[in-house]
Design a protein around this ligand. Structure first.
Ligand SMILES: *Cc1c(COP(=O)(O)O)cnc(C)c1O
Length: 433
């Protein structure tokens, strides 16, 4: 196994050691702030927060508050109570800004992730006869691929020509930063937009967002990131990195419930640009004159200008509960600190216990991974899917991604070092025919 395990030597492969790490964990009480699904009367080993985060206990409280406001106040709920609905999205701004490293004017909760990708491409994919290509990954999340392909066709280009798909080198599973930067340099004057993930969903690799943004801009390209697997997982500095735009969902590491409203970032340098094409709706209009209903669109000078509709308050309440829970844990820096230990421990255990029977695709270098490890199984005539089904039956929730990866993500908010230990024991028992 070609894993870099030099920095893993301070761990021990035992239940007692895992429990010791939990005892010493400054975030150990955060688990009590979540509902943990049960398996045969015990807590499941839930390693699927990369797909659907668990429910914070605050969520029901915040949702019930809004339901009762609606019961008591009807339409007046827009302007009454501690969290009036009219400006409700503004209660989420600080939390989002802290997570992605943005100014308050640069982040907003609106729509859903794929919708936001489209809205951002309307503004930031402005192809010309010479500069019309979009760089994405070869193994992009299908929704991103469809969104890009349909935008390219919408502008009258042929996706075969206008989409540049980056893939790992032959025999490798993750992308090399140098290869991405070289590709940008080689095609620079043809590229209108670079749209890559912050964290790759299949491999768990964190891309070098600042380097990609810098080189993209040097070649005159716009640069946007899909942060579905990055927000709430790794700390970022989108403002300082000069990223043009970014979008993320809130049901993965942001624990806001299936299909909850998404987040969006637009760098402040674009806010006053009235020449930027934009699909508009009334929620993007100047708040002081919105209700004059005079049909002269006057965009808010912030990312809020990209809002279309008044948002679903129940979903925003769930996001507020999640952001407050993250704040209680001390924010993304604290979560990332624990995450590195937790995922580091999981990697150590996998190597110590299973050696060559498992291959970890996710890069080992600090900064190149978040919570998630993506595993392939290399054993003795049992296929990965069977192994996955066995661990599920034994009380582990991870996920299976076609063609052959098991993804597991210990989440610092609610997973323990003991979860990692027990998971590896179950996996070991599932590998024998
Ligand atoms: C989860 C995820 C999506 C999901 O898109 P929705 O519009 O929220 O359904 C899209 N892209 C990536 C990279 C994802 O990880």
């Amino acid at each position: 196994m070609n894993q870099n395990n030099t920095n893993l030597s301070h761990y021990e492969n035992s239940l007692a050691f895992a429990q010791q790490l939990d005892q010493a964990d400054p975030l150990k009480t955060m688990r009590e702030q979540f509902h943990i699904p049960q398996h045969k009367g015990q807590d499941e080993i839930y390693l699927c927060g990369n797909s659907l985060g668990l429910q914070p206990k605050l969520t029901a409280e915040y949702l019930n508050y809004e339901l009762s406001q609606w019961q008591k106040l009807g339409v007046k709920g827009h302007f009454s109570g501690d969290f009036p609905w009219m400006p409700y999205h503004e209660f989420l701004t600080q939390g989002f800004a802290d997570l992605v490293g943005a100014k308050l004017s640069e982040v907003v909760a609106m729509n859903s992730l794929t919708t936001n990708l489209h809205l951002m491409m309307v503004s930031f994919y402005q192809p010309t006869a010479k500069r019309y290509k979009i760089v994405i990954e070869d193994h992009a999340f299908p929704s991103d691929h469809y969104a890009v392909e349909s935008q390219v066709r919408f502008h009258g280009f042929d996706p075969k020509d206008a989409m540049i798909l980056i893939k790992p080198r032959d025999g490798e599973e993750t992308l090399r930063t140098e290869d991405i930067l070289t590709l940008i340099a080689e095609h620079g004057d043809e590229i209108a937009l670079i749209m890559l993930p912050g964290v790759q969903y299949y491999t768990g690799q964190v891309l070098d967002m600042p380097a990609i943004t810098k080189v993209g801009h040097e070649h005159g390209c716009k640069v946007g990131f899909d942060l579905a697997h990055a927000t709430g997982n790794v700390a970022m500095q989108l403002h300082d990195w000069q990223v043009d735009f970014a979008c993320w969902c809130t049901y993965k590491y942001l624990n806001s419930g299936a299909g909850s409203v998404a987040g969006c970032f637009v760098h402040e340098r674009h806010h006053a640009n009235k020449a930027l094409p934009r699909f508009a709706g009334w929620w993007g209009h100047n708040k002081n004159t919105r209700f004059k209903m005079d049909n002269q669109f006057d965009p808010i000078e912030s990312v809020e200008a990209w809002q279309l509709s008044n948002p679903p308050i129940l979903s925003l309440a769930a996001i507020r509960a999640s952001l407050d829970t993250i704040k209680q844990a001390g924010g993304i820096e604290k979560l990332q600190e624990k995450s590195r230990k937790l995922t580091g421990f999981l990697r150590y255990l996998l190597i110590a216990e299973l050696g060559d029977d498992i291959h970890i695709i996710t890069p080992a270098e600090p900064g190149a991974h978040g919570c998630q490890l993506s595993l392939t199984v290399n054993t003795h005539g049992i296929d990965g899917k069977t192994v996955f089904e066995r661990i599920e039956q034994a009380g582990v929730t991870g996920d299976w991604r076609y063609p052959n990866v098991i993804r597991v993500a210990p989440v610092p908010l609610y997973n323990s070092f003991e979860d990692c230990y027990r998971f590896v024991q179950i996996l070991k028992n599932s590998l024998t025919a």
